[in-house]
Design a protein around this ligand. Sequence first.
Ligand code: ATP
Ligand code: MG
Length: 424
Amino acid sequence: MAQKFQSVRGFNDILPADTVIWQRVEAAARETFTAYGYGEIRIPLLESTALFKRAIGDATDVVEKEMFSFDDRDSGNLTLRPEFTAGLVRAGLEHGLLHNQQQRLWCMGPVFRHERPQAGRYRQFHQLDVEAYGIPGPDVDIEIVALSARLLRRLGLADLTLELNSLGEGDARVAYRAALVEYLERYESSLDEDSRRRLKTNPLRVLDSKVPATQEIARDAPLLLDHLDSVSRAHFDALRQGLEDLGIDYVVNPRIVRGLDYYTRTVFEWTTTRLGSQGTVLAGGRYDGLVAQLGGSPSPAIGWASGIERLILLLKAQGDIEAPPLADIYVCVLGEQAQRPAARLAEQLRDSGFSVVLNVGGGKLPAQFKRADRSGARFALVLGDVEAAAEQVQVKSLRDAASPQETCTWAELPARLRSLFTVL
Ligand code: ATP
Ligand code: MG
C-alpha cells in the first residue's frame, strides 16, 4: 500500500472554512495599522542563528530550546524565525532605516518555535507584529498600546485585560537584580531546575516561571516597580496618564517580565481567562538597547506581537463568527449547448464585480441546486439552450423559496442583481 503522509507535528493546515476567519483578522489588522500610519515590511523566514542568539538572549526559552536551527550547506547555521523583532532590526540596519529617524513598521506571517504542541501553542504559528523606532516615548508607548486596544476592539474581542509593568533600566535595574537574586537564593533548593539555572543567567525570568512551587516563592519576591529609577518612574506614570486620557483601562501587574531578554521599561500584555494557560493574546514592550546591541547606533524602540491562532480561538470561543459565502451567484447550466454561453455570461458578471461560481461537470438540475446551496450564493441563474439563444436567464433566490423565479435579459442582469442584493 502506498505510504500515507501527515503534516509535521505542531504544523497545521488551515482549511477554507477557517481561512475566511483568518482573512477577517488580517484585514482588521491591516486597517488598524494603516489608521496609525504604520508601513508594512516583509522579511525572510530564515536568518542566521547568531542574530537570534544575540537579539533574544542565550538564557531565554526561545534560544535555549525552541529554535528550528540547521546547518546550511553554504550559509552556516540558520534558524527559522521564532519572532519578527530581530530580523526587523537586522533589515532596518541593513537598509539604513533606523539611523537617526523615526520608523513605524508592521509585519505579519508565520513564526516557528519548537514547543510542546497543545491548544493555542503550535510549532508554526502566526504573528501580527508592530514596531516603532527612534522615539524615546512615552508618547509613542501610548500610541502603540492604543493601536493594540483598537485592533482588539475592532475584532470584537471582549473580556480582555491590559496588564502593564515597567522593568526600569540602568543602575536601578542592576540594583534590583541583586536584591532579587539575594531573595531567590534563600529559597534556591525549592526552586525548579530551570529557575535554579536562571538564577545565575537571567533571574528576572524566574518571576515568569509557570511551575507552581516557584510561582509561590516568586509571589513574595521584591518588585521591580518598587525599585524604578526616577526617569523610568516618570515614563511609566506618563504612559498610565496617557492611557487614562484615551479611556483605555489597564491594571498594573508588577509580575510581568516577558520572555525575551531585550525589554527595558514598558512591558504589557493583553490577557484572557478563556484560553486556559495560553491566556496571553498580545504582548510587547520597549527595547531601547536592541538596535545598538545588533551593531546600529543607539535607537529607542517599542513594539508588540500577537498570536493570530489565539485571537481566532478567542473569536470562536465567543461564537460570533459567521463565514461569509464563497460566491454571490451560482450559474446552473441546462443542456450541453448552454455551457459555452454560460461561461461567457459568468465572465460578464465577474466584469460587473460579482463573484460567480459556474456549474461545471454537468449534472441534473437538483444536483446543481444542491451545489448552489453549498456555495452560499444568494441567487442561482438557470441557463438552458432556449434562454442562451435569446441571451436571457432565469433568476432564482436561494434564500427565499417563496420568491418567484423571474426572467431577465443578460443586458439588464447586472442592474437587476444589484437591486436584488440591496433589498436583501
Ligand atoms: P508564552 O508565554 O505563551 O509562551 P511568549 O512570551 O513566548 O508566550 P511572545 O514571544 O511574546 O510569546 O509572542 C507573542 C504572542 O505570540 C504571544 O502572546 C502569543 O499570543 C503568541 N504565541 C507565542 N508562542 C506561541 C505558540 N507556540 N503558538 C501559538 N501562539 C504563540
Ligand atoms: Mg513562549
